[in-house]
Design a protein around this ligand. Structure first.
Ligand code: KG4
Ligand code: ZN
Length: 338
């Protein structure tokens, strides 16, 4: 069956065509709204919704063209039902249900973080179940125990800011653009390790929870009253990245120890971070576990992960919602997905 995947939960419109019989992604395309939101220093929800509406149809045509398939060949339309910005989700859901209704095929609502979590399944070396998943994005920092697709148990999560949010806020304090993660990561490369020290929040707590808001405040304290100096800023970026990465890695190791698992999946925007990948690589060698990532182009939001999650849902669910009436879930707990 051919599944069209539609992602529109935030500032990227992502479309993809996935072939379940071949177990293969045939085509995918993303339109990023980053340039549009940049002037405002963050995502403006109303602008995001309007842009999704403009991009959905041309992108759907483009991916079908790339895949060499006709719209009538689609067997299901998968879309991000939540969590995310309500208006942005509605744009994708309305498009998906409209198309599914016209074609007489099911419309499958997918949890955005389930998409991220399963996105390494599209990689050349996909992980086997069970595994521990570290979900690190702009809105989430969670450790999940995954025994199978549709079986998600929360092991721990952030008590305040998400890791990506901490990167973005630190970027703002350092005068870098939006989104801040990649910019902070790049600047940190020219910082001197250890020259500045920042706390490692909750690193020794016995649970698998995180806290990143104190780290951002500590960055603010370091910068307060200082003259702008490029090397000092690079050292601050370095101290922040080292602290955030050390906490993330320590909690992953603890989660693997507690569950007795040997496979770790890392997904979500922050999973693209170079320093995090390097530190996890070292830790994997030391502690004897394997780490799995999505392909680099599928680390941020995309339609391929939504189509892939829907393909796995079709295999396990006997009842699939028909197109027509729909709702979106701007807030939605991944553990509720079955
Ligand atoms: O998963 P994602 O694309 O969207 C959400 O669902 O939130 O994640 C976006 C987040 C942003 O906070 C962004 O700054 C962060 O991921 N990010 C990074 C990197 N690339 C993206 N953070 C650190 N290093 C990166 N290379
Ligand atoms: Zn995301």
């Amino acid at each position: 069956m051919l599944i069209l995947g539609v992602e529109s939960s935030c500032d990227e419109t992502g479309l993809a065509v996935y072939d379940t019989a071949a177990g293969k992604l045939l085509a995918h395309a993303i339109h990023s709204q980053v340039a549009m939101h940049e002037a405002y220093g963050g995502v403006v929800p109303e602008l995001a919704s309007r842009d999704h509406i403009r991009r959905l149809v041309p992108l759907a045509r483009a991916v079908l063209g790339q895949a060499g398939r006709q719209v009538g060949e689609l067997g299901a339309i998968a879309y991000t039902q939540g969590p995310g910005l309500a208006g942005a989700l509605l744009a994708g859901a309305a498009f998906a249900h409209g198309l599914a209704f016209a074609l007489g095929v099911p419309a499958i609502g997918v949890h955005h973080m389930e998409g991220h979590l399963l996105s390494p399944m599209l990689a050349a070396r996909p992980p086997q179940f069970p595994f521990v998943a570290l979900l690190v994005s702009g809105g989430h920092t969670q450790l999940m125990q995954v025994t199978a697709a549709g079986s998600y148990e929360l092991l721990g999560e952030t008590l305040d800011d998400a890791a990506g949010e901490a990167f973005d806020k630190t970027a703002k304090l350092l005068g870098l653009g939006y989104p801040g993660g990649p910019a902070v990561s790049r600047l940190a490369e020219s910082g001197v390790p250890g020259r500045l020290q920042l706390p490692r929040p909750m690193i020794r707590s016995d649970d698998l929870d995180f806290s990143f808001s104190g780290l951002k405040t500590a960055v603010l304290t370091l910068l307060r009253g200082k003259e702008p100096d490029p090397q000092f800023h690079a050292d601050v970026a370095r101290a922040f990245v080292d602290a955030a990465v050390e906490v993330l890695v320590a909690k992953c190791v603890k989660a693997l120890g507690k569950t007795g698992m040997k496979r770790l999946v890392v997904a979500g925007g922050v999973g693209a971070n170079k320093q995090l990948r390097a530190a996890l690589g070292e830790s994997a060698t030391t502690h004897g576990f394997e780490v799995f990532y999505p392909e680099p182009e599928l680390c941020t939001d995309n339609g391929a992960m939504i189509a892939c999650a829907a393909a796995l849902a079709l295999r396990r669910r006997s009842e699939i919602a028909q197109a027509g009436e729909f709702s979106v879930h701007p807030r939605w707990n991944l553990e509720e997905v079955t």
